[in-house]
Design a protein around this ligand. Structure first.
Ligand code: BES
Ligand code: MN
Ligand code: ZN
Length: 484
């Protein structure tokens, strides 16, 4: 029998991380072995000319499979010219894909960048298959890194943690919406928090009424499934700085009464909780990596459904803290659920707030599926996010938070309305969020485009990408507050 909806466990990758080891010796011959090399380099006793005549020129991602007399092959993998961290991650992924028939891999590495190599291999071999009788893919069991240097062990551990975070974020977003409801998300978060040293508080409908979280409650009004606000805390001893992460956890976005058309974009709306998933995933690795910073995560979880009890166009809701919002479009629901949490976050007086949300189709139109939108009120914080984005190859691009568009959110009957005009939708959405962050340094990541991939390329597998998990983890590990 198929898994029942409620008993479904959407987090298999979190439970089955491949075994990653560092081995400076000659290592296992029973593993398919990758050798990374640039243009003009010789390998395995073959000159650059000999390799070139076999069609291998060392270009980034190019592979040449060399059979051995016995056992699995050696796979030469091109690094291209002047390879850096990004190229090592990409090349490691190309190797893992060329070795897709093998479950035990080894990779010879130049010193440094073991982290990126582990990420490339593990993420390229990610597969979401708990709902298939047989996945048709060979699961990765082990990766042995042949690399020298004292840093290697730590880098490999970081790579494993970063890749596991992304795998968890992918699992959560790939999980079908009737299986991963807001209540089930809270159960998963509790299980993960318990296993990874996080504190968790779950706020149910009653608690949300008590807190006056009219944004989350309003969006949930049409739903048969109750909402959950999930608060995760990581507080290491002696921490001085405090970062708060706020994630959109719309488990499924039908548009509500403003029902979306039954098109291909609507069919991806189970991923509308990708921001919340990225935060849960990133936070699950903070303790493992000894993050010195205190981090709090708010996951704002509900689905957005049409029904006789749903929010209507023209309704006015009241956000935690009392600001009122006229709902002129029930499909602009993400900003409503985020607003409650932003106000809750401000009350804690953190050093910074970063929110992450699949917020606007306009962001997908503007930046496409590879680059996330970045907006905010604090350039130092945004520069730190850009640095983390470069390091993880989860690209972001800043859009202007231009207040000339702010009056588009003026309402005749409430403090604000939840939508501006048809143009600059990503900017007016961010201007809406800004109304709730006061003077706290704040940045907003719009991942509407990057949450989903239609075509696989290297370590970016097809389907839900888990974008943001590694970026946020890197940010937490490198965050410098304002007061330093
Ligand atoms: N979840 C969507 C944003 C989205 C759209 C993500 C397409 C990925 C692909 C969001 O809730 C939404 O529906 N936004 C509306 C806002 C509009 C009504 C102001 C949109 O983008 O159309
Ligand atoms: Mn919507
Ligand atoms: Zn949405």
């Amino acid at each position: 029998m198929a898994a029942t909806l409620n008993g479904f466990n959407p987090v298999p990758s979190w439970q089955h991380t491949p075994k990653v080891t560092v081995d400076s010796g000659s290592g296992a011959l029973n593993a398919a072995t990758g050798v990374l090399l640039g243009p003009g380099e010789a390998a395995e006793g073959l000159s650059p000319d000999a390799l070139a005549s076999a069609g291998f020129k060392g270009q980034l991602g190019q592979t040449l499979v060399l059979p051995r007399a016995e056992g699995p092959p050696v796979i030469l993998t091109g690094l291209g010219e002047n390879a850096g961290t990004k190229e090592i991650r990409d090349a490691a992924a190309a190797f893992a894909l060329a070795a897709r028939g093998h479950s035990d891999l080894a990779l010879n590495l130049p010193a440094g960048d073991a982290q990126a190599a582990v990420e490339g291999v593990l993420l390229a071999r990610y597969d979401y298959s708990p709902l298939k009788k047989s996945s048709g893919t060979v699961e990765l069991h082990s990766l042995t890194l042949r690399v020298r240097g004292e840093q290697a062990e730590l880098d490999a551990k970081r790579g494993t943690a970063f890749a596991s975070a992304t795998a968890l974020a992918r699992d959560l977003a790939n999980a079908p919406p009737s299986r991963l409801t807001a209540a089930r998300m809270a159960e998963c978060a509790a299980e993960i928090a318990g296993a990874t040293g996080l504190q968790i508080e779950v706020f149910d409908k009653e608690a949300l009424i008590e807190l006056g979280c009219g944004g989350l409650l309003g969006v949930n009004a049409g739903s048969a499934d109750p909402p959950r606000m999930i608060r995760l805390r990581y507080k290491p001893e002696g921490s001085e700085k405090h970062l708060i992460l706020v994630g959109k956890g719309v488990m499924y976005d039908s548009g509500g009464i403003a029902l979306k058309p039954a098109d291909a974009v609507h069919a991806t709306m189970k991923n509308d909780m990708s921001g919340a998933g990225a935060i849960l995933a990133a936070m699950s690795m903070l303790s493992e990596l000894d993050c010195p910073l205190a981090v709090t995560g708010y996951l704002m979880c509900t689905d957005n459904m049409p029904s006789g009890t749903a929010l209507k166009m023209g309704d006015v809701i009241s956000i935690h803290g009392g600001k009122t919002v006229e709902v002129v479009n029930t499909d602009a629901e993400g900003r409503l659920v985020m607003a409650d949490a932003l106000v809750m976050a401000v009350e804690e007086k953190p050093d910074a707030i970063v929110d992450i949300a699949t917020l606007t189709g306009a962001c997908l139109r503007t930046l496409g599926p590879e680059v996330a939108g970045l907006l905010g009120n604090n350039s130092s914080l945004m520069r730190q996010i850009e640095t983390a984005a470069m390091a993880t190859d989860e690209p972001v691009w800043q859009l202007p938070l231009d207040h000339r568009y702010r009056d588009q959110l003026d309402s005749d009957i409430a403090d604000l309305k939840n939508m501006g005009g048809i143009n600059a939708g990503s900017i007016t959405a961010a201007l809406f969020l800004e109304e709730f962050v006061g003077k706290v340094p704040w940045a907003h990541l719009d991942i509407a485009g990057t949450a989903q991939n239609d075509v696989a390329s290297l370590w970016r597998t097809k389907g839900c990408t888990g974008f943001g998990a590694r970026l946020l983890l890197e940010l937490a590990l490198t965050f410098q507050g304002q007061r330093s």
